[in-house]
Design a protein. Structure first.
Lengths: 111, 115
């Protein structure tokens, strides 16, 4: 499985944008980039995914570098409810469905 | 939709006892996953099923663990006999197998304590 590297932790202030980075230098051409997050005492939840182009949904935006070796999850206005561990995961849809979760980035949002 | 439903939410048992965790996936989903989360090892996949057939059980720790999916709406994870090191939060997730997406939906988890 191609690996991802994320900072262990990040801090943000409420209502400010947050940029969560992820490095995946060994990504293959067919790997999708997935982001999940895990709120305290809950199961992980899907946030967003993409292949090459930048993606937006109601939760966040995903910016993918042109060479695809890195990506950034963008929360446009952080709220206290966004405090969670964010996981960046690569998955090849034509292969195994298994998602390999790393340690992720623990995001703290200050009021 | 009610989402993925796991039961029980909490389980406390004594070493050596049999433990059965249950999962009801989202209706219409054809893949089901069992994960375990501990502070030491993080979130790790134990086994997953596609169309009720086990596809990858390489994460199952040892013979004490077994998982079944008798039909599309129910799965169990059994530990027999249980040991203190099995204490963890166990998550079940389901997805609709899709070449482009593979979006997994997780249940709230079962917190298992083995004394």
């Amino acid at each position: 499985d191609a690996k991802t590297t994320q900072p262990n932790s990040m801090e943000s202030n409420e209502e400010e944008p947050v940029h969560l980075p992820c490095n995946h230098s060994t990504i293959s051409g067919t790997d999708y980039i997935h982001w999940y997050r895990q709120l305290p005492s809950q199961g992980p939840e899907y946030v967003i995914h993409g292949l090459t182009s930048n993606v937006n949904n109601r939760m966040a935006s995903l910016a993918i570098a042109e060479d695809r070796k890195s990506s950034t999850l963008i929360l446009h206005r952080a709220t206290l409810r966004d405090a969670a561990v964010y996981y960046c995961i690569l998955n090849y849809p034509g292969g195994s469905e298994k998602l390999v979760f790393g340690k992720g980035t623990k995001l703290t949002v200050n009021p | 939709d009610a989402g993925v439903i796991q039961s029980p939410r909490h389980e406390v048992t004594e070493m050596g006892q049999e433990v059965t965790l249950r999962c009801k996936p989202i209706s219409g989903h054809n893949s089901l996953f069992w994960y375990r989360q501990t502070m030491m090892r993080g979130l790790e996949l134990l086994i997953y099923f596609n169309n009720n057939v086990p596809i990858d059980d390489s994460g199952m720790p040892e013979d004490r663990f077994s998982a079944k999916m008798p039909n599309a709406s129910f799965s169990t994870l059994k530990i027999q006999p249980s040991e203190p090191r099995d204490s963890a939060v166990y998550f079940c997730a389901s997805s609709f197998s899709d070449l482009a997406k593979n979006i997994q939906y997780f249940g709230a988890g079962t917190r298992l304590s083995v004394l």
